[in-house]
Design a protein. Structure first.
Lengths: 158, 754
């Protein structure tokens, strides 16, 4: 099958790649571009471990084709920190121990970033529903919710 | 030098603090490398063909068309994994589970595998493999499988544990029995007796990372395996034996692990990936899909349990008895045995008897799931305990306190307890504000206790001190939830230096001696013991080097707060030497400074917990909502309290999912109907409240700091605590887990109709 040439922006950088028409954006990120921060937990859009932001919209990259990224902006966990300064969400996830195994963490960070961009002052319930598309099996979500609350407070003050 | 593991009361500087974990930044920036995040040059994609049938004889497999597809580099069947198990029945089961040899024993059982240049070619190749099956009758239900009329799952299994050796094979792999006293006599003394039957459905650990590995076998007989596992040394042993490799020539590196909970304690595709790599002459990456994880990894048992408990009017239990039937998949297991051991472990009983039956069914081979087998037994027992308390008219907490096991109690499974935490967790629960909080209409409160043995096992650790005074700690227990942080704290504590100067890693199998898996809540317990031992060995070297630098006898040199101190009036003018100062001179005083430790970490202190929860039930729909949840558990000593809380919260959340939602649903055709996260629904963020935790510290006498394992016990009480809460809210006793809305509604309607 002939490859599709794609020109896109990932974490602010211009990126060009060839992919198969049936290849997911998740596979392109992980297998062609070496961006393995997004994880495949299910491949069916149920776990959120592959969450990315596509043109300001939170999506599961396993449900997007690589070819669909043409001319669009992709944000992944690899682009969250500025140099060696962590994003407040990353810092608060560490401080609150909001991760145990950490496999769901990139997806949660991206989903939480999208949530706070749209709602900088969410209630606990809004956080819980805002992150309901991401599965975590280790933490029981308690420390994740607290980390997001704390990060929201820091970001409001910034 | 002999290591003294006994608890010594002491104050702590590092242990008990809450620093950021050493592997944290990599995990929040996407840099941490998990099973599927590793690649090798020339790597192929491996995929597995699985049986769509629950039970079928494999007449013939034709792989010729698949082999001819361009891009396919290897196709293997059981013939490529010859039987090298040498009469070891357990290893033969592992081999047969990796690749079906004569029969497919469950929907999802591997029958062939391919390695190809890319995923699409590999998928196409699977479709070209022709398998000629002869369908056989199947059985998936635990009670059905025990009937004489049931199809025989595995004709190599004869029931173990019977007085007379059976002449016919059976679906009951083993009968086991525990207890003491005379239950018949005990029930005769009872004023009240509760007798009930319970069922629990099969659940999956539900780790978010599917199994993944990269295998590379070279033509010179050496091999490398990168894999997400809870025990890379055990994987090495199993893979080496099944592939006919020398263990030392197979180097296994454990990747970061995206959850395990017991499910990553057994090999499944690693031997297959190695066999593919050997045949293709290239590295092979094999990653399970989520569908494969559900159908073909190792979920927990489905169970059927009968419980009978009797008590006097004053609330003293006089006898307790249980019969426990646990599915083990198509191979022998030890799951009912563990259930039978744990069922009544919380209580002080004069007369107790439990009998367990391991039941073979056409479901995937059962694997450990966090305190394996204990949650189901606790569900049945703690439900009956609650009901009995109600009959007697005594508060369920008081009833449990009155009958709780104590130091010196002979446990229901045999050993006599040392200092234990069941009483203190119950007292703490009784006094917790949660117990007094008001409830609204349709809400019910439940509580329950739980027990887990905990495990120690073989452990090996290296501690190396760099010339700049920083410390590298190499452990062999896989870090499943923050143990590199807790072990760094322990090294810092013992050496008397700051946590920031210690860096812990998990070493590969070629760099360190054998370690048992991270299971049985042993990661921090056993590796901290080995770390303390290694640090003490390093301190002995540090003292020797200081003695040399000062030219004084080593016996006069002591180690205090990270410094060598020459003790004695004659040394009054010698300033203490810091670890850093001694390390800086190590090149001139005898070379590198290190401490090594290998030990069997005996004396894992048993663990107890009490949980309280409030549940709201919608009487019109049977839907439930968790309103409030509290965990009280004994940690012995919480090394990193934040991660201890995390273990408590995580176990409770898994238990909530098990109690209310999660179950394997098999169709009449024996096929799994819900092999995905959409239909097998684990709790999401909006399903749960905050989970309150209270850490108790009753020191384990067999660990220098008093540490007990904390990982597993938290999943034991939730099924029962929630069942008691739902039963109280709905006004009807729930006996079937999960308590999904249709089951609750059916129970409410049956009660209304009387």
């Amino acid at each position: 099958m002939a490859g599709v040439a794609v020109s896109t922006t990932i974490n602010g950088d211009n990126v060009e790649y060839l992919c198969q028409p049936d290849e997911t954006l998740l596979d392109v990120l992980r297998d062609r571009l070496g961006l393995t921060g997004a994880k495949e937990g299910c491949g069916t859009g149920d776990c959120g471990a592959c969450s990315i932001i596509l043109d300001d919209r939170l999506v599961c990259s396993c449900l997007v084709l690589g070819a669909e990224a043409e001319g669009r902006r992709v944000e992944t966990v690899e682009g969250m920190a500025h140099g060696d300064t962590l994003h407040p969400l990353q810092q608060k996830f560490l401080e609150h121990a909001a991760l145990q195994c950490g496999i769901c963490t990139p997806g949660f960070l991206i989903a939480a970033k999208d949530l706070l961009a749209k709602n900088p002052d969410p209630s606990e319930e809004e956080i819980r529903f805002g992150l309901a598309g991401n599965l975590c099996r280790c933490t029981g979500y308690d420390k994740i919710v607290r980390a997001v609350q704390d990060a929201a407070n820091v970001m409001k003050g910034a | 030098m002999n290591f003294d593991p006994r608890f010594a009361g002491r104050s702590f500087t590092s242990v008990g603090t809450r620093p950021i974990r050493p592997d944290g930044v990599d995990k929040v920036t996407g840099r941490a490398r998990y099973g599927a995040d590793f690649n090798m040059a020339g790597q192929l994609v491996g995929r597995v063909l699985r049986s769509p049938h629950a039970h079928a004889k494999i007449r013939k497999i034709d792989t010729s068309k698949a082999e001819q597809l361009p891009g396919v580099k290897a196709v293997i069947t059981a013939a490529d994994l010859p039987d090298l198990t040498d009469g070891d029945a357990g290893m033969y089961d592992i081999l047969d589970n990796c690749m079906a040899r004569t029969k497919a024993l469950y929907d999802g059982h591997a029958v062939a595998a391919v390695a190809a240049v890319d995923a699409r070619t590999a998928r196409q190749a699977l479709k070209l493999i022709e398998v000629d099956y002869e369908l056989l009758p199947h059985v998936t239900d635990v009670d059905e499988a025990m009937k004489h009329s049931a199809p025989l799952v595995n004709d190599a299994i004869f029931t173990e544990g019977l007085e007379q050796k059976p002449v016919k094979p059976s679906n009951v792999a083993k009968r086991s029995q525990f207890g003491h006293g005379d239950v018949h006599q005990g029930f005769g003394q009872a004023d009240f007796v509760v007798e009930r039957s319970f069922k629990t459905e099969q659940t999956h650990q539900g780790y978010i990372e599917p199994h993944a590995c990269v295998a590379s076998v070279s033509s010179d007989g050496t091999a490398d395996l990168w894999v997400c596992t809870q025990g890379h040394f055990v994987y090495r042993q199993h893979c080496a034996q099944l592939l006919g490799l020398e263990a030392s020539k197979l180097r296994v590196t454990s990747s970061e692990i995206g959850g395990g909970f017991g499910g990553k304690t057994h090999v499944w595709a690693e031997p297959v990936a190695l066999a593919l790599s050997r045949k293709a002459g290239r590295p092979v990456k094999l990653v399970m899909t989520r569908d494969e994880v559900f159908r073909a990894s190792g979920p927990t048992s489905a169970t059927s349990i009968d419980v009978k408990i009797g008590a006097r009017k004053d609330g003293t239990i006089t006898a307790a008895e249980a019969t426990l039937r646990y599915t083990s998949g198509p191979y022998a297991g030890m799951w009912a045995e563990l259930g039978a051991m744990t069922a009544f472990a919380c209580y002080k009983l004069d007369n107790v008897k439990t009998v367990g039956y391991e039941v073979l069914v056409n479901r995937p081979k059962t694997a450990a799931y966090r305190a394996p087998s204990a949650p189901m037994a606790a569900f049945a027992v703690e439900s009956a305990v609650d009901e009995l308390a109600k009959q007697i008219g005594i508060d369920p907490v008081e009833f449990r306190i009155k009958n709780a096991a104590q130091e010196g109690t002979r446990s229901s499974y045999g050993p006599v307890y040392g200092p234990i935490g069941i009483g203190p967790t119950l007292e703490a629960a009784k006094n917790h504000p949660h117990m007094k909080a008001p409830l609204k209409e349709n809400q019910g409160r439940g509580m329950a206790c739980g027990f887990w043995f905990n495990f120690g096992g073989q452990t090996c650790t290296d501690l190396n001190i760099g010339m700049d005074g920083s410390v590298s700690l190499a452990v062999g227990t896989v870090d499943v939830g923050g143990s590199r942080a807790s072990l760094s704290l322990v090294a810092a504590e013992e050496l008397g230096i700051d946590y920031s100067h210690v860096k812990a890693i998990v070493a590969d199998t070629s760099s360190l001696g054998y370690n048992d898996m991270t299971d049985g809540s042993r990661g921090t317990f056993s590796s901290s013991m080995a770390t303390i031992s290694a640090a003490r060995n390093a301190i002995r070297v540090l003292r020797e080097r200081a003695a040399q630098m000062w030219d004084v006898p080593v016996d006069d040199v002591h180690w205090e707060q990270g410094h060598a101190i020459a003790r004695g009036e004659k040394y009054g003018n010698l300033s203490p030497l810091s670890l850093k100062e001694i390390a800086a001179q190590s090149g001139k005083t005898g070379g590198p400074i290190a401490g090594h430790s290998e030990l069997v970490a005996d004396g894992a202190g048993v663990s107890f917990a009490t949980h309280i929860c409030d549940i709201e039930v919608d009487p019109e729909t049977g839907a439930t909502r968790v309103i409030r949840y509290t965990v009280v558990q004994d940690a012995g000593k919480a090394v990193h309290p934040t991660y201890v809380e995390g273990q408590y919260q995580g176990g409770a959340a898994q238990g909530i999912g098990w109690a209310l939602n999660e179950e394997y649903i098999y169709g009449k055709d024996g096929r799994l109907q819900n092999p995905g996260f959409l239909d097998y629904r684990i709790p999401v963020c909006s399903d749960l409240p905050m989970i309150d935790t209270q850490i108790l510290e009753i020191p384990n006498p067999n660990h220098p700091y008093g540490v007990r394992g904390v990982g597993e016990t938290s999943i034991v009480p939730p099924l029962a605590a929630i069942a008691n809460a739902v039963s109280n809210a709905a006004g009807v006793r729930m006996t079937h887990i999960p308590m999904s809305p249709p089951r609750i509604l059916a129970a409410i309607e049956a009660e209304r109709e009387g």
